[in-house]
Write a protein that binds this ligand. Structure first.
Ligand SMILES: C[S@@+](CC[C@H](N)C(=O)[O-])C[C@H]1O[C@@H](n2cnc3c(N)ncnc32)[C@H](O)[C@@H]1O
Ligand code: SF4
Length: 523
């Protein structure tokens, strides 16, 4: 263990890694398989204990129901990105996709429970939704409004890449169709970092131009920009320069995401095989998180959730992020291939392959591929872990003695503070939010979650070679599972033998839930 730095003795956790519970819980990659479902029979009936939990905690709920539409097309493919996408769709592909999503919306429209609630947030994500024409996007929006009760002032976000927004007439037509917020990724403006992470399909000049065009069309349009930090080859100076440049464009909100090395992506393979440098975790990630917080706050942005800062943006999507906030029981209706969602106590995911998705929807079935009907403990844990990412955990969500002790310890370390109704994550605590999540994670999740980091063989190789990433993983093992389960077992010892288990226990799992064979050869 070479690079444990001296000032780590003052860290609240022995390590800082970027893996987090951001999108959903339990991780959608790990929930059990399920076959397509008849629309009127979905979702399974909530268990009595979950119904009681929901009633008992309604006062905690912020009523923000969400419609998420996954558009699986991209103009170029980036090495770091784990999401389901197809490069450069043919025109007939976007048309058949549009028809299938509209059909899926109509199928849900027949389900009274789903159709009767009000939706305040609509998010077109991907992939790159702007691979569809404004006409196709508008047809999907109309179908949503016809089948569901969409609030008159709903926040309707269009995720994009900058170059699409600069195409003549394109953004104007989307705004006319009803979109009232845009979001696009930049990742980094530094060519060296862009090359290292495989974001070479677009040009940095497109970004300020897209902002300028959007502002000219609609001066108050909330524009959200996504940046990465912790990337291979990314220095803190380079990230600082990215932040300053983006702040200078005067956008409404900025999401500085910590780069996660995801199994199944080309970058994962390159890093594990040593042909790309490793991501900058530990000390550098901490520095970069701190920098983002300080620089954005002094520029007038307010942190509304982990890795999300807002200025001129209602930011409803961030507040309802995949159902997070309050008691975590808000609806997130997943539409399109690979979309993930939550409905009345069931967490689930759609099939990933476009052709399969279209075939199932054409049969009049909901294209569900995996689902978990949650029990009361699952639902509470979901609200607890997503609450940490939302920077507020109401007292009723904290139940066990171990959880209470964790919050008390974090209070003494300045990571959380008490309010009248719950624990607020402090400014210092925001830097460590995902380490807090791991400490709160039920032990049953401990080992299964390891496979989201990499195959057991790959993790063993990282540890054996004594790399910085291996050191961080070793540090994590000391804390993981709340009681240091892996430390008790001996992480390295565990990997040494467990890596030889049958592949369904030892392979990594990709964001799409597919097994990923090891990147390094067994020795
Ligand atoms: C669906 S993608 C982006 C939308 C659009 N296609 C683009 O590239 O600008 C949403 C965001 O997820 C973030 N993201 C993708 N892969 C990531 C990873 N491995 N770790 C952390 N964030 C990631 C990126 O910041 C990206 O902009
Ligand atoms: S980052 Fe955006 S453009 Fe790149 S592959 Fe992912 S979704 Fe597509």
């Amino acid at each position: 263990m070479a690079t444990i730095l001296a000032d780590r003795s003052t860290w609240p956790f022995p390590t800082l890694l970027p893996w987090s519970v951001m999108y959903n819980y339990p991780p959608p990659q790990l929930i059990p398989r399920m076959s397509p479902q008849v629309p009127t029979d979905w979702p399974p009936r909530m268990s009595r204990s979950v119904r009681n939990w929901k009633e008992k905690t309604t006062s905690l709920a912020a009523p923000l129901n969400q419609l998420y539409i996954h558009v699986p097309f991209c103009p170029f493919i980036c090495d770091f990105c784990p999401f389901y996408k197809i490069k450069g769709p043919r025109p007939e592909q976007t048309e058949t996709y549009t028809a299938a999503v509209i059909r899926e919306i109509e199928l849900y429209g027949r389900n009274q429970a789903v159709a009767d609630r009000k939706y305040q947030v609509i998010y077109f994500g991907g992939g790159t939704p702007t691979e569809l024409s404004p006409g196709q996007l508008g047809r999907i929006l109309n179908a949503l409004r016809t089948s569901f009760d969409v609030a008159a002032d709903a926040e309707i976000t269009l995720e994009s890449v900058a170059r699409h927004l600069t195409a003549p007439g394109y953004l104007e037509a989307c705004l006319q169709a009803g979109f009232n917020r845009v979001s696009f990724g930049i990742q980094s403006l530094d060519e060296k970092v862009r090359k290292a992470i495989g974001r070479t399909g677009d040009h940095v000049e497109d970004y300020p131009r897209a902002v300028e065009i959007a502002k000219r069309l609609s001066p108050n349009l909330p524009i959200n920009i996504e940046l990465l930090h912790g990337c291979p080859e990314q220095t803190t100076e380079s990230f600082h320069s990215d932040l300053n440049q983006v702040i200078g464009w005067g956008v409404g909100s900025i999401d500085p995401f910590s780069y996660i090395l995801m199994p199944g992506t080309p970058l994962y393979k390159k890093v594990l095989q040593g042909s790309s440098p490793q991501p900058r975790y530990g000390q550098t990630l901490l520095e970069q998180r701190r920098l983002a917080r300080d620089v954005l706050e002094s520029a007038g942005y307010r942190q509304v959730a982990a890795e999300m800062f807002k200025k001129n943006d209602r930011g409803w999507f961030s507040r309802s992020f995949y159902g997070a906030g309050g008691n975590g029981m808000h609806t997130v209706l997943p539409l399109g291939p690979s979309a993930i969602g939550f409905l009345d106590g069931t967490v689930y995911r759609n099939v990933c392959e476009l052709a399969e998705y279209q075939r199932i929807v054409a049969q009049g079935l909901l294209p569900i591929s995996a689902a978990l009907k949650m029990n009361r403990q699952d639902v509470r844990h979901r609200a607890l872990l997503l609450g940490v990412a939302q920077l507020f955990v109401a007292f009723p969500l904290v139940e066990s003695i171990g959880e209470r002790r964790s919050f008390q310890r974090w209070e003494s370390q300045g990571l959380v503070e008490r309010t009248e109704t719950g624990w607020r994550v402090t400014s210092e605590g925001t830097l460590w939010y995902n380490q807090m999540q791991f400490e709160l994670m039920p032990i049953k999740d401990c080992l299964s979650n390891l496979r989201l980091i990499g195959s057991l063989e790959d993790q063993y190789a990282l540890l054996r070679n004594g790399s910085p990433l291996g050191d961080e993983l070793m540090g994590m093992a000391r804390n993981y599972g709340g009681v240091g389960t892996l430390a008790l077992l001996g992480y390295r010892f565990f990997l040494r033998y467990a890596r030889r288990l049958p592949s369904r226990w030892s392979d990594a799992v990709s964001w799409l839930g597919r097994p990923v064979r090891r990147a390094v050869q067994a020795r």
